[in-house]
Design a binder for this molecule. Structure first.
Ligand code: ADP
Ligand code: MG
Ligand code: ZN
Length: 354
């Protein structure tokens, strides 16, 4: 079988396997159980947090007929009936995903609305999922308004967007809105841990923490980066491999810099800078990461509980917080930030990479 990327292979198929978004799951579950169903939903949230995934689960919940064919609307879609299996594999005729980024105009909208009046071909409901809905033109939004207000009983709309600010209030007010949250690093780490264990792929905790950091709250990005890490590391997702792959400024360099600074060892400092230049690490990136490391150290000095065990650098942050005093950290922080803004003015380019 061909390799299926992790993000697709591990798309949650029911409400219970979705990570986070408990507030949305709870509301939808209640609505489904009590059959108090709204006709238009709006899912907002940054990329890769579960908008499309939730939409598919909701479409299944609305159309599931149960493994024995006698089931009704349910908050626990069976995963076996025609509706469930076909929605999972993207073939269900009554679940239509439309990307508003490429179908923006009033014509496409009119076509969709024309078809909406006909009864579903095989399901209970026709479910229209309009992704990146903020991309629709104003004409398209206007064409949609009336149907959105009073759609035929067999039609459900699910709108999704990364940019809700751009949606007209007239549309917003007709939808039940749910804001999906970004994935906290802890949730990402445990989800990756679970998936890699199921896949039988060795990994270590710090590697997963780095991946989670780099994913910036997106579960999809976390899984894509993990795919890359598996390829890069030939199957063992180690901290070293992930650092290499991310081209992450090895925090190790920054910690060494601060240690050399504490020891007032100028030769060591220059040696570290040379080593970074040899590896073509970005000095701008290094200064940025140094600023954020110093910020963490300053916080650790003032509020020790601010250091979180799940940070790969937690141990160093705690240690360095005791090595320098608060004024020194503040000064270094300012130098790092100023240095970054003045990098473009540097008179020589001998060591620096861009
Ligand atoms: N809340 C989540 N829990 C578990 N996996 C998720 C979650 N959100 C996203 N993913 C993963 O990322 C992939 C893309 O998610 P998707 O729902 O398409 O994101 P988007 O919000 O951009 O529509 C899914 O196939 C799944 O593997
Ligand atoms: Mg999506
Ligand atoms: Zn089913």
């Amino acid at each position: 079988m061909s390799y299926q990327v992790l993000a697709r292979k591990w798309r949650p198929r029911d409400f219970t396997t979705l990570v986070g978004q408990e507030h949305v799951v709870r509301a939808l579950t209640h609505a489904l159980e009590q059959q108090r169903l709204h006709h238009a939903y709006l899912f907002t949230g940054t990329r890769g947090v579960g908008k499309t995934t939730l939409s598919r689960i909701l479409a299944k919940a609305l159309n599931c007929t149960g493994a024995d064919g006698n089931g009704g609307i349910t908050a626990q879609p069976c995963g076996q009936c025609k509706a469930c299996t076909e929605i999972d594999s993207g073939r269900f005729v009554d679940y239509i995903e439309m990307d508003a980024a490429s179908n923006r105009g009033v014509d496409e909208m009119a076509q969709l609305l024309d078809k909406a009046v006909y009864a579903p071909a095989s399901g209970r409901f026709k479910v229209y999922m309009i992704d990146e809905v903020h991309m629709l033109t104003n004409h398209a939004f206007n064409a949609m308004l009336k149907t959105l207000e009073e759609p035929p009983g067999h039609v459900k709309f699910i709108l999704a967007t990364t940019d809700p600010q751009k949606i007209p209030v007239t549309v917003l007010s007709r939808c039940l809105q749910f804001n999906l949250k970004q994935m906290p690093p802890g949730h990402i780490v445990s989800h990756l841990d679970h998936i890699l264990a199921q896949e039988g792929i060795g990994h270590d905790g710090n590697a997963l923490r780095l991946l989670a950091q780099a994913a910036h709250g997106s579960m999809r990005d976390a899984l894509s980066l993990t795919d890359q890490a598996i390829a890069y590391s030939a199957g063992q997702v180690s901290e070293e491999a992930v650092r290499g792959m991310l081209g992450a400024i090895d925090q190790g360099y920054l910690v060494q810099l601060l240690d050399a600074l504490a020891a007032e060892d100028g030769a060591a400092l220059i040696g570290i800078a040379d080593a970074m230049a040899d590896r073509s690490l970005s000095f701008a990136g290094a200064l940025q990461d140094l600023g954020s490391l110093l910020h963490k150290i300053a916080l650790a000095q003032a509020v020790p509980a601010s250091v979180q065990d799940e940070w790969p650098e937690a141990g160093d942050v705690r240690r360095l917080a005791g090595v320098f005093d608060a004024q020194e950290i503040q000064l270094f922080y300012q130098i790092a930030n100023l240095g970054r803004s003045e990098l473009a003015l540097r008179p020589t380019n001998t060591r620096a990479s861009p």
